[in-house]
Design a protein around this ligand. Structure first.
Ligand code: FA5
Ligand code: MG
Length: 424
């Protein structure tokens, strides 16, 4: 790693991640806050509850699914795929339409026109299938410019599962007696896309895949939450699966979406060179499950470095029953901030950047940011916005005496300075 490169990184001529280098362009929109998240790798920290949960899922899958012959694990675990992916991997290979909202720079972190931070582990499906894998889990951190609240954070973690079947693996070996045994694919005139299936699939193959998929996920849920936990299947839509479902778990008086899944689009398989198989895929959000499992009330706690938090999970075995005990509940400190938008900008133009600025400066102190009001003076052609910032530290009570920057009054005035620059 040369000093020349170091200087280029410093000057942002090069963006480097996971040992690869990229050239940023005008689309680059990674905030310093997200750069810090990229550096943390909390899934690798053994005392983080997410690490505990990951090991539990992997152990379960390895124990339950083995190759018929030699009893070795059926699923390959892929944990070190690069986190910068091509827009082809993140969107096009997954049949995401050109004009889909998820492609907007206000939703996705771009390094340049061709590269972004993966917004889901599905971004690796195409590449891994092309490499010839038939059964794999992809595990890792994903990034989205989402608004932050108790269950959403710009970085979260997913486990992707993909399983491809040949006809015989899915429907059993044909015997002489069953001449009419089901096939994977239909022939016209049955070749139409309906809610139950894609045009090229036979209804028998889809139903058999659906049963395998739902059994896999339900038994995983039973293993994690116990057989008594209430769960339900909801119809869903993803561009890369059809039909699609989401699984919800009942927690704290409400239904929580924990995963999306479905029968993989045959076009996606074909583009990866797979012509004689049918497959299913799922994507689990690890944080949501860990919150239910360990009773963690807020997604931001996973990023806490407080030993009061981490010590509750350190040294535990994946199968152990662990319940988080809240360290303390500190009072909130609330500020509203209002400003005029630069002339001829639309209401939406600045919102993501304002959120990023507030979060970058306020860091862990900012519990919530919400756009609470928008106003337009048509005569003067002026637009204004109001944001509510709720400060609350998980680590200490916020008192007026504090003089450090890690204090809402200090953070607030620095945020105002930065917004001033952003908006001018
Ligand atoms: C996906 O990301 C699809 N790739 C899932 C998938 C894979 C579908 C394979 C079909 C086949 P979605 O955006 O709904 O879908 O996210 C999947 C899960 O990630 C959600 O169920 C939720 O548990 C979690 N999740 C989504 N956004 C956030 C967020 N901002 N913070 C924390 N968890 C999130
Ligand atoms: Mg969803």
């Amino acid at each position: 790693y040369s000093t020349e490169n170091a200087q280029k990184v410093e000057k942002k001529e090069i963006f480097e991640l996971d040992g690869r280098q990229y050239t940023p362009d005008a689309l680059y929109n990674l905030s310093p806050a997200v750069r810090r998240l990229l550096d943390r790798r909390i899934l690798q920290e053994t005392s983080n509850p997410l690490n505990l949960l990951k090991r539990r899922v992997v152990d379960y899958v390895h124990q339950t699914y083995r190759k018929p012959g030699n009893r070795s694990p059926l699923f390959t675990i892929c944990e070190s795929e690069p986190r910068v992916v091509t827009t082809y991997q993140n969107f096009d290979s997954l049949l995401t339409p050109e004009d889909h909202v998820s492609r907007r720079p206000s939703d996705t972190y771009y390094v340049n026109r061709e590269h972004c931070l993966r917004a889901h582990t599905s971004a690796h499906q195409h590449t891994l299938m092309k490499q010839g894998l038939d059964a794999f889990l992809v595990i890792g951190d994903v990034y989205r410019r989402d608004e932050v609240d108790r269950t959403h954070y710009p970085c979260f973690h997913q486990i992707e599962g993909v399983r491809l079947y040949t006809r015989d693996e899915l429907l059993g070996k044909k015997s002489d007696a069953s001449e009419n045994a089901a096939e994977l694919f239909t022939v016209p005139p049955d070749a139409s896309r309906v809610p139950e299936k894609q045009e090229s699939h036979s209804i028998d193959a889809v139903k058999a895949s659906e049963i395998q998929l739902k059994q896999f996920l339900e038994s995983l849920c039973d293993e994690l939450f116990g057989k008594d936990a209430e769960k339900r299947w909801v119809d869903a839509y993803f561009p890369f699966t059809h039909p699609s479902w989401e699984l919800e778990v009942f927690y704290n008086g409400q239904w929580l979406e924990v995963l999306g899944c479905g029968i993989m689009e045959q076009k996606l398989l074909e583009s990866a060179g797979v012509t004689d198989k049918i497959g299913w895929a799922f994507g689990i959000g690890l944080e949501r499950i860990a919150m239910v499992l360990y009773g963690i009330p807020d997604i931001r706690l996973f990023w806490s470095k407080d030993t009061g938090f981490l010590s509750q999970f350190a040294g535990k075995q994946p199968g152990e029953d662990v319940k988080y005990k809240q360290i303390s509940a500190h009072p909130q400190v609330i500020f509203d901030i209002s400003f005029f938008l630069p002339d001829s900008t639309e209401f939406n133009d600045m919102t993501s950047d304002v959120y990023d600025t507030i979060r970058t400066i306020g860091g862990e102190l900012v519990e919530q940011v919400k756009l609470t009001d928008e106003f337009e003076n048509k005569k003067k052609a002026k637009k204004s916005q109001t944001y509510r910032i709720v400060y609350r530290s998980h680590e200490k009570a916020l008192t007026k005496e504090e003089k450090s920057i890690a204090h809402p009054y200090a953070a607030q005035s620095i945020i105002i300075c930065h917004l001033h620059i952003l908006l001018s």
